[in-house]
Design a protein around this ligand. Structure first.
Ligand code: MLC
Ligand code: AMP
Length: 467
């Protein structure tokens, strides 16, 4: 990985800015070198870092790549249960990063030299691009989050395909303010900038004001989840500043057509939408300079094949994929990994899609109501239900995603309980899980509707047909 990164490392003093602090490549590599040295000192299978939006997180991830040790980025707001689960499940050692501490031996020149020997530029001679580079925790429909193992080979294949699709180069300044513990903000938003050599401006939080200010300072390529874009579309003055940009990209959830049209009217840009998952990285996208349409996520990236598993006569069905960007498996869960694939080796996305005659893909929904997307965060209903059921007053709980103009979906918990308020239950969840997994609303009901098998009938709850 570092070979290609160092290929474009120059002597730019403002290579990476995160939440108002700027570093040159030299400084970043120095701090990353210190991380790599720490990792070499105490051999571990993986290391974790509290992934705040900071230069420290960037240095940690790059340091892991140099050392050939996979990084587990921890959501900084994760409650103790979630944090404990991730650390236990991954066996990762938690590392503190001090950006001021630098290993002078690792400069862009020496990293280039080291990198010429191996595709990873790794301190460990045996590291291969197929080895784990990142382990990202993500929710399934039930149970605790699983570790998605991503290799450097998958990451580089994805970033190179995206660079081609978006004409993304060292001429760009990438701007975003997304969290640094998911694919969007970390893989695309940090490693993508390093691999293409584009300057990175991370705005700390993805507010319309911060995105506009970065455009005035030369931002050219913008990333956001639909919630970010819809907030920008509601701020016409800030949106107008983005007319200076080259390309606006939306992903992680469906971009509503009215937001697409508002952005076009206010910025003069038709936003490019792309589709992906933690397990597959980004696989389908619109192209810079190509035709893009509201509601469409474009065509497969280089190397990706897709198919729709539809019932005979139907045009929509589950989107299935193969290609070089796929994950290496769920950490320590061979059965779950096997279950994610069809018998003939295609990855089952769980998303329902259609493909037009022109090859353009549209995502029309999710197969399971138990997978919620709120503000671009993927949230398993089961994990929140389990957290609620841990409360002594809660007898039954069913969590659903209700359509929401700002967040795409908002988390609503239906509970059977007495002697406890909704606010107390929300706080209870927040004490265990990440902030964005808190229910926005708790509705008390007499009983959860169930089918003959005892399975909650969530569609009835969504349709408001349960008392
Ligand atoms: C949130 N708040 C609550 C609450 N939930 N308060 C009470 N009860 C609840 N249930 C608080 C928040 O903590 C915050 O407080 C305030 O309310 C506003 O919250 P919000 O409406 O959620 O907005 P915000 O915090 O600004 O977050 C919106 C957002 C965020 C868009 C910035 O959702 C975000 O960063 N999303 C990106 C997710 C992402 O990167 N997904 C990519 C996954 S990878 P305070 O005090 O903090 O203001 C992937 C692959 C791919 O999907 O294809 O890309
Ligand atoms: P995550 O694992 O957090 O990356 O979430 C992946 C899920 O996000 C996918 O399975 C989709 O449901 C959803 N998703 C990502 N991009 C898009 C998009 N452009 N349109 C619709 N859904 C999307």
């Amino acid at each position: 990985m570092l070979t290609a990164l160092t290929g474009v490392f120059g002597d730019r003093a403002d290579a990476v800015t995160v939440a108002g602090r700027t570093a040159s490549y030299e400084e970043l590599l120095g701090a990353a070198g210190a991380v790599a040295a720490d990792l070499a000192g105490v051999p571990v299978g993986a290391f974790a870092v509290t992934a705040t939006a900071s230069l420290e997180t960037v240095a940690a991830v790059v340091g892991g790549l140099i050392a050939g040790v996979p990084c587990v980025p921890l959501p900084p707001d994760a409650g103790p249960s979630e944090r404990g689960h991730i650390l236990r499940d991954s066996g990762a050692r938690l590392l503190e990063v001090d950006f001021a501490r630098r290993a002078p031996a690792v400069t862009s020149a020496s990293a280039s030299a080291a990198a010429s020997g191996s595709a990873f530029g790794s301190a460990s001679a045996s590291a291969s691009v197929e080895d784990p580079a990142l382990i990202l925790y993500t929710s399934g429909t039930t149970g605790a989050p699983k570790g998605v193992v991503l290799s450097a080979a998958a990451i580089t294949a994805d970033l190179d395909a995206l660079a081609a699709a978006w004409q993304w180069s060292a001429e760009d300044t990438l701007v975003h303010g997304l969290p640094l513990f998911h694919v969007h903000g970390l893989v695309l938003g940090v490693l993508g900038a390093l691999r293409t050599g584009s300057r990175l401006v991370h705005t700390g939080r993805p507010t319309p004001e911060a995105y506009a200010a970065a455009a005035e300072a030369g931002g050219s390529l913008y990333f956001g989840v639909p919630t970010v874009w819809s907030r920008i579309a509601a701020a016409p003055q800030e949106a107008a500043a983005l007319s200076r940009a080259r390309l606006l990209v939306s992903g992680s959830a469906a971009l509503p057509a009215p937001v697409f049209r508002d952005l076009e009217r206010l910025t003069g840009h038709r936003p490019v939408e792309r589709y992906g998952m933690t397990e597959t990285l980004i696989t389908v996208s619109g192209r810079a300079g190509g035709e893009v349409h509201p509601g469409a996520v474009g065509t497969p990236l280089a190397g990706i094949r897709t198919r729709i598993a539809a019932e005979p006569g139907a045009e929509i069905g589950e989107l299935q994929l193969t290609g070089p960007t796929l994950f290496s498996g769920y950490l320590g869960r061979p059965e779950a990994t096997a279950a994610a694939y069809t018998e003939d080796g295609w990855f089952r996305t769980g998303d329902i899609a259609s493909v037009g005659e022109d090859g353009v893909h549209r995502i029309v929904g999710r197969a399971s109501t138990d997978m919620i997307k709120s503000g671009g965060y993927r949230i398993g209903a089961g994990e929140i239900e389990n957290a609620l059921l841990d409360h002594p007053r809660v007898r039954e709980a069913a969590v659903v995603g209700v359509p929401d103009a700002d967040l795409g979906q908002r988390i609503v918990a239906f509970v059977v309980a007495d002697g406890v308020t909704g606010a107390e239950l929300t706080d209870f969840v927040a004490a265990h899980l990440s902030v964005h997994k808190r229910p926005r609303e708790v509705r008390f009901i007499a009983a959860i509707p169930r089918n003959a098998m005892g399975k909650p009938q969530k569609r009835l709850l969504l349709e408001g047909r349960a008392g």
